[in-house]
Design a protein around this ligand. Structure first.
Ligand code: ADP
Ligand code: ASP
Ligand code: MG
Length: 455
C-alpha cells in the first residue's frame, strides 16, 4: 500500500449529521478509486468541545455525572442513527471522563493537564464512531491515535503547554513507514483525531480551539501529502462571512498569504496556523462543503487572483487599542505579550500605526472571560502604556500589485463614514488595510464596505 496522498479534514458540523457520512464515504471511495490513499482528520461532533469545557467546571461542584450521561446519550444516539451499536467501544471513554472529573472534584482544581485530557475525549469519541461507520461500509479502516504522530515541542507555561501546543511538522518518512506497516499490504484508509497531540511525557495536549485544521495541516506536511481538503459547512472561502454579509462571493482561488491574512484578521473558516506548513511544502488546500459536495470549493495555493484588487472584508469584534511610547522597541512588544500570556491569553492579531504608536491587539482564551479595561490598565500601570478596550477591527485584504487600492479604499470608506474620524492601519507590503471602529458599528460598516468595494 502506498503512502498517504490526501488528507481530508471534516469539521464539527460535518461529522455531526447522519446524511454527511454518505458524502464522507463517497469522498473516501473517490480517492481510493483514483489510486490515492486518504487520511481523515475528524473534529468532535458539533458543540461537544464546548460541552466538555463546561463539564470541567461542572466537575468542580460534583455536577458531572448528569453532564457525562448527556454526552453519552448524544454519542450513542448518533451512532445508532448511523445504524451502529457502539456501547462497548464508546464506554471506556465515558468511564475515563468519570475518573478525570472525580479527580477535579476532589482536588477542587482544573489542572491544565486534566483540561487537555478531558477535551481530547470529543475527538476520540467522534473518530471511534467514524471509523466504525466506515468499516461497516466496507472500508478497511485503521483508527490511528493522533498523539502517536503529533508531538508537541512547547516549552511555555503549563497552561499554554497543554492548551495551545505547537508541533514539529517536518516530513517524517518513518511515520509513513509505520502507517504502511500497520496496513500490512492492505488498501487501508486512516481515521485520526484533530485537535490533539502529545508531549515528551506522553501527556495529551491540545492545539488550541479550532485546532483540527492545524492537525490536518501538520499531518499533510509530515506525510508529504499531495493535497489537503478542509470540509466544512460553507462552499469555500468567501469575500466576507457569508452568514453575516449579504452579497458575499465565493473566492475560487486565493494565495496562501491572502488566506493567512483573512484567517488572522477574522475569517474563522480556516485556522491561521494551517497556511505556514502548507506554503512551505507547497501543498494545495481546498475548502469544500460537506452538504454540497458537487461544489468545487476554493483553492488555496501559490496562485491567487491578481486581477482583483480587494479580495475580502473580514473583522474581529473584540480587539483592544494599546498606545505605547516606543512601538519600535521589541522589548516593549515582548513585555505586552508576556504580560497577557501570564493571564493565560494568546495574542491573535496585531496591527500598528508606527507614527502614532498605536498597536491593536486581539487576544483569546476560550476558558476565561476577557480581562476588563481596569484589569488591563492595572497590568500595564507601571509601563506607561494606555489601553482602550471595546474596539472592533475591520480589515480589507487586497492585492499588493494593484497600485493605489489602499488609497482608493480609504477614500471610499471616508465617504461612507463622514460622521467621525477613522483610524486606518495599512501594512507596509500593501496587502492589508485595517480600520478601528466601535463594536456596534462593525457589521453594518463591513456590509457597506463590502458592497462598495467588492460586490
Ligand atoms: P468547522 O466546524 O468545519 O471547522 P467553522 O465553523 O470553524 O467550521 O468554519 C466555518 C464557518 O466559517 C462558516 O460557517 C462561516 O460562518 C465562517 N466564516 C467566517 N468568515 C468566512 C469567510 N470569509 N468565508 C467562509 N466562511 C467564513
Ligand atoms: N473540537 C475542537 C474545537 O471545537 C477542535 C476543532 O473542531 O477544530 O475547538
Ligand atoms: Mg473550524
Amino acid at each position: 500500500m502506498q503512502a498517504v496522498q490526501v488528507v481530508l479534514k471534516f469539521g464539527g458540523s460535518s461529522v455531526a449529521e447522519v446524511a454527511h457520512w454518505q458524502t464522507i464515504a463517497d469522498q473516501v471511495q473517490h480517492h481510493l478509486s483514483n489510486g490515492r490513499r486518504p487520511l481523515l482528520v475528524l473534529s468532535a461532533l458539533k458543540n461537544v468541545s464546548n460541552l466538555l469545557e463546561a463539564l470541567l467546571h461542572q466537575a468542580l461542584t460534583g455536577g458531572h455525572p448528569l453532564a457525562i450521561a448527556n454526552l453519552k446519550k448524544r454519542h450513542l444516539g448518533f451512532a445508532s442513527q448511523l445504524g451502529l451499536d457502539l456501547n462497548n467501544q464508546l464506554n471506556p471513554w465515558f468511564e475515563q471522563l468519570e475518573v478525570d472529573c472525580l479527580a477535579i472534584y476532589q482536588a477542587q482544581h482544573i489542572s491544565p493537564k486534566l483540561h487537555a485530557k478531558v477535551l481530547a475525549t470529543g475527538e476520540l469519541l467522534s473518530t471511534t464512531i467514524g471509523s466504525a461507520f466506515l468499516s461497516w461500509r466496507g472500508f478497511d479502516v485503521l483508527w490511528q491515535d493522533a498523539r502517536e504522530i503529533l508531538k508537541s515541542n512547547n516549552q511555555q507555561d503549563q497552561w499554554h503547554h497543554y492548551t495551545s501546543a505547537v508541533c514539529d511538522y517536518r516530513y517524517d518518512a518513518q511515520i509513513s513507514a509505520q502507517l504502511n506497516a500497520r496496513s500490512q499490504g492492505r488498501q487501508t484508509i486512516i481515521v485520526t483525531q484533530g485537535f490533539i497531540a502529545s508531549d515528551l511525557a506522553k501527556d495529551t495536549v491540545l492545539l488550541g480551539r479550532e485546532g483540527s485544521d492545524t492537525s490536518a495541516a501538520y499531518l499533510a506536511a509530515i506525510l508529504k501529502a499531495e493535497q489537503l481538503e478542509i470540509w466544512t459547512d460553507v462552499t469555500g472561502v468567501f469575500s466576507a462571512n457569508p452568514r453575516e454579509i449579504s452579497g458575499a462571493r465565493q473566492l475560487p482561488r486565493l494565495s496562501y498569504q491572502q488566506a493567512l491574512l483573512m484567517a488572522q484578521f477574522g475569517a474563522k473558516v480556516l485556522h491561521p496556523r494551517v497556511m505556514q506548513p502548507m506554503e512551505e511544502n507547497q501543498i494545495p488546500v481546498t475548502v469544500r462543503c460537506t452538504s454540497q459536495p458537487e461544489h468545487r470549493g476554493s483553492l488555496i495555493s501559490n496562485q491567487g487572483m491578481p486581477e482583483i484588487s480587494v479580495k475580502a472584508v473580514v473583522y474581529e469584534a473584540n480587539t483592544c487599542q494599546i498606545i505605547i511610547s516606543d512601538l519600535s522597541s521589541k522589548s516593549r512588544l515582548k513585555l505586552i505579550n508576556d504580560k497577557l500570556s501570564s493571564l493565560g491569553f494568546d495574542i491573535l492579531l496585531t496591527a500598528e500605526i508606527k507614527a502614532q504608536n498605536h498597536l491593536i491587539l486581539n487576544y483569546t482564551n476560550s476558558d476565561k472571560i476577557q480581562p476588563s479595561e481596569k484589569v488591563l490598565c492595572e497590568l500595564f500601570s507601571d509601563d506607561n502604556i494606555t489601553v482602550n478596550i471595546n474596539y472592533a477591527l475591520i480589515t480589507l485584504v487586497g492585492e499588493a500589485a494593484q497600485q493605489n487600492w489602499i488609497e482608493e479604499a480609504i477614500h471610499w470608506i471616508n465617504q461612507l463614514v463622514s460622521e467621525s474620524q477613522l483610524v486606518f492601519y495599512s501594512s507596509e507590503d500593501k496587502t492589508r488595510l485595517s480600520l478601528l471602529v466601535k463594536p456596534e458599528r462593525y457589521l453594518q460598516l463591513s456590509q457597506q464596505i463590502h458592497q462598495k468595494l467588492i460586490s
